[in-house]
Design a protein around this ligand. Structure first.
Ligand SMILES: Cc1cc2nc3c(=O)[nH]c(=O)nc-3n(C[C@H](O)[C@H](O)[C@H](O)COP(=O)(O)O)c2cc1C
Length: 196
């Protein structure tokens, strides 16, 4: 990512999932910018289904990481236990509020839009994040004291990534295995008005 004022295209192009963080505090105004990105994301029908939680206090971070690592799904993310991330973001939605009468689970889309807005805002500010869909939901619900019907859609650490360079870690592995093997355009997209 270019150091100063990356364009939107550069933010989207150069953002990468970050699982290794520097032990460097994130400035309060940057936290605030992330909060505002979540607040400003689109919502269907103005029902205010999206809930987001920021976790920054060291003791709460520790409890949160342990809960996220719980269960079978949580074990996908062992790096959580030793992370130096400065905090976590949780995006959740109310599945009952707008999911009952529709096959399309809108709360998922709402929370996902808010998380993507936060992730791109973080990238613009030079911060790292990692969209995480694998976590111990039951324990996280307890730690976060979420009310009935609120489902966690995604969580992410937040912090400063290390300088780019060769390293043997999860980030290097996933960049080789996933980021560099994106399918070409013609395999994932077609024009409705073109015969193919
Ligand atoms: C829906 C979803 C769930 C994901 N869950 C996890 C996760 O639990 N743990 C993790 O380390 N990465 C997770 N990722 C991040 C992907 O592994 C990552 O996007 C992929 O490695 C490509 O890397 P990039 O984001 O740097 O391009 C998830 C991504 C998505 C879109």
């Amino acid at each position: 990512m270019p150091e100063s004022s990356p364009s939107f295209e550069q933010v989207v192009r150069f953002r990468r999932s970050v699982r290794k963080y520097l032990d460097r505090p994130v400035e309060p105004e940057k936290w605030e910018a992330l909060e505002m990105a979540a607040v400003r994301a689109a919502e269907a029908l103005d029902l205010q289904s999206v809930k987001f939680v920021f976790i920054r206090n060291p003791e709460n971070k520790r409890k949160f990481a342990l809960a996220a690592f719980s269960g079978i799904a949580g074990k996908i993310n062992p790096w959580l236990l030793t992370t130096k991330a400065q905090g976590f973001i949780v995006l959740a939605g109310n599945e009952r509020k707008i999911g009952d009468d529709l096959d399309n689970p809108l709360y998922l889309a709402e929370a996902a839009m808010a998380m993507e807005a936060v992730i791109l805002q973080a990238a613009e500010l030079g911060l790292g994040t990692c969209w995480m869909g694998a976590f111990g939901e039951r324990k996280l619900n307890k730690v976060l004291k979420l009310p009935e019907g609120i489902r966690i859609v995604a969580i992410s650490p937040v912090g400063y990534p290390p300088q780019a360079g060769p390293r043997l870690d999860w980030d290097t592995f996933t960049r080789q295995a996933v980021s560099k093997s994106r399918k070409p355009l013609d395999q994932i997209h077609r024009f409705m008005d073109e015969d193919r």
